[in-house]
Design a protein around this ligand. Structure first.
Ligand code: TTP
Ligand code: MG
Length: 354
C-alpha cells in the first residue's frame, strides 16, 4: 500500500493567534511584525493581504499600503503555546507526526484513511478537529508524496482541503514556482524558455529538460510524472536507515536475495541522497535464529549500486545453510547529508524506463 501523507498548514498563523486572543480584531487588517516602524511583517491576515501587504514586507511599506491596519508586535510565547495545542490535536491522527515549523506538520495518514469513506472526508475531519479544539483555521493537502501534499495544502488557502489523486493533472496548470525549490534564482530561467506552468515543462523532452535546467528541472518533471514519491520526512538526527521484510512463506536463499535487492532499492529512496559508511544485513531463519553481518566502507558512499553490491557481498559471505529464511533486512548507518546528484537521477531514470 502506498504511503499517504497529509500536510497541515495553519492559515496566517501569527495573526490568527492574535485574533483569537482579541476577537475585536476580527474583520480588520492585522499585521504582525513590529510595534514601531522598524523591521518587516511576519504575517498579515487575509484582510491585510487585500491591501497588498505580505510577509517579509518592510513595516514602513506595509503602513503605506494599509494605513488603517492594526500593527502588532510579535508575541512568540503565545504562538508557541497555540502551536503546541495544534500539534496535540494533530498527534491524535498521527502520533509520529513530523512538525516542520511552528505552524505546519506532515502526518502519515496511510492507516487513518481506511477509517474514512474518502480521503476528502479524512482531511476535513482533521481540519474540523483543529478548528473546533483550538479555534484556529488550517488548510490540508493530501497526496501519496509529501511534496505534493505540501503544494496541495497551499492550493485552496485559507481553510482549504485539497486531495491529489493524479500528480500530472494537479501540477500541470500550476505556475512552476509552486514547486518547492523553484525560487527567485531559477524562475527567470524557466520564463526565458517560455515555461510558465509545470505543464509547459511537461511538453519538453526529458533530456532537453536536463540539458537546460539540470537536476531541478528533472525533479519537477519526475514529480509531475509520479516518478518521485517521498514519504514522511526523516528526522535530521536519524542515525540509520533500514528496511526489512518478513515473509509469510519461508524463502530459499535465491528468493531471499531477490527480496534483499528490492529492499536495497527502497532503502536508496529513503536515503534521499545521503551518504553512508556502514552497511548491515540481517537474516532470520525459519527456526528464528537471527544473524547480522556488516561492513564499514573505507570512505562514504551513496547510491543504489553501492548499497546493493555491499549487501549482496555480505549475503554471499554467509555460510551455506539448508534452513529456509523468513526475514531479510538491510541497513545503512554512519550517515552524512548529501543531495542526489544528476548522475544518480539519470541512473534511477534509466532504471525506471527499463
Ligand atoms: P506561513 O505558513 O508561511 O504563513 P502564514 O501561516 O502566516 O500564512 P498562510 O495562510 O499563507 O500559511 O508561516 C507561518 C508563520 O511563520 C507566520 O504566521 C509568521 C511566521 N513567518 C515569519 O515570521 N516570517 C516569514 O517570512 C514567514 C513567511 C513566516
Ligand atoms: Mg501557514
Amino acid at each position: 500500500m502506498a504511503t499517504l501523507i497529509a500536510h497541515v498548514d495553519m492559515d496566517c498563523f501569527f495573526s490568527a493567534c492574535e485574533e483569537k486572543r482579541d476577537p475585536a480584531l476580527k474583520g480588520r487588517p492585522v499585521i504582525v511584525g513590529a510595534a514601531g516602524n522598524r523591521g518587516v511583517a511576519c504575517t498579515a491576515n487575509y484582510k491585510a493581504r487585500e491591501f497588498g501587504v505580505h510577509s517579509a514586507m518592510p513595516i514602513t511599506k506595509a503602513r503605506e499600503a494599509c494605513p488603517e491596519g492594526v500593527f502588532l508586535p510579535v508575541d512568540f510565547p503565545l504562538y508557541a503555546l497555540e502551536s503546541r495545542r495544534v500539534m496535540d490535536v494533530l498527534s491524535r491522527f498521527d502520533p509520529g507526526l513530523y512538525q516542520v515549523s511552528i505552524d505546519e506538520a506532515y502526518l502519515d495518514v496511510t492507516r487513518l484513511s481506511g477509517q474514512f469513506t474518502s480521503r476528502d472526508a479524512m482531511a476535513r475531519a482533521i481540519r474540523r478537529a483543529v478548528l473546533e479544539e483550538t479555534g484556529l483555521s488550517c488548510s490540508v493537502g493530501v497526496a501519496e508524496c509529501r511534496v505534493l501534499a505540501k503544494i496541495a495544502s497551499d492550493y485552496r488557502k485559507p481553510g482549504g482541503v485539497t486531495i491529489v489523486e493524479d500528480a500530472k493533472a494537479f501540477l500541470s496548470p500550476l505556475p512552476i514556482e509552486k514547486v518547492p525549490g523553484v525560487g527567485r534564482r531559477s524562475l527567470p530561467l524557466y520564463h526565458e524558455a517560455g515555461i510558465g506552468t509545470v505543464g509547459d515543462l511537461l511538453s519538453w523532452d526529458r533530456f532537453r529538460v536536463i540539458e537546460r535546467f539540470g537536476t531541478q528541472g528533472l525533479y519537477v518533471l519526475q514529480l509531475a510524472l509520479g516518478e518521485i514519491s517521498y514519504g514522511m520526512p526523516i528526522a535530521k538526527d536519524q542515525k540509520a536507515f533500514g528496511r526489512e521484510r518478513t515473509t509469510h512463506q519461508d524463502l530459499t536463499a535465491r528468493e531471499a536475495r531477490t527480496i534483499l535487492l528490492s529492499l536495497c532499492r527502497r532503502l536508496e529512496e529513503d536515503l534521499e541522497g545521503r551518504y553512508f559508511r556502514k552497511i548491515t544485513i540481517k537474516v532470520r531463519y525459519a527456526d528464528f535464529t537471527t544473524i547480522t553481518r556488516d561492513v564499514t566502507l573505507p570512505s562514504y558512499e551513496r547510491g543504489m549500486r553501492s548499497i546493493s553490491r555491499n549487501a549482496l557481498r555480505l549475503f554471499f559471505s554467509l555460510p551455506s545453510d539448508p534452513r529456509r529464511i523468513r526475514l531479510v533486512g538491510v541497513r545503512t548507518s554512519v550517515l552524512m547529508e548529501g543531495q542526489r546528484t544528476l548522475r544518480e537521477y539519470l541512473l534511477r531514470t534509466a532504471d525506471l524506463a527499463a
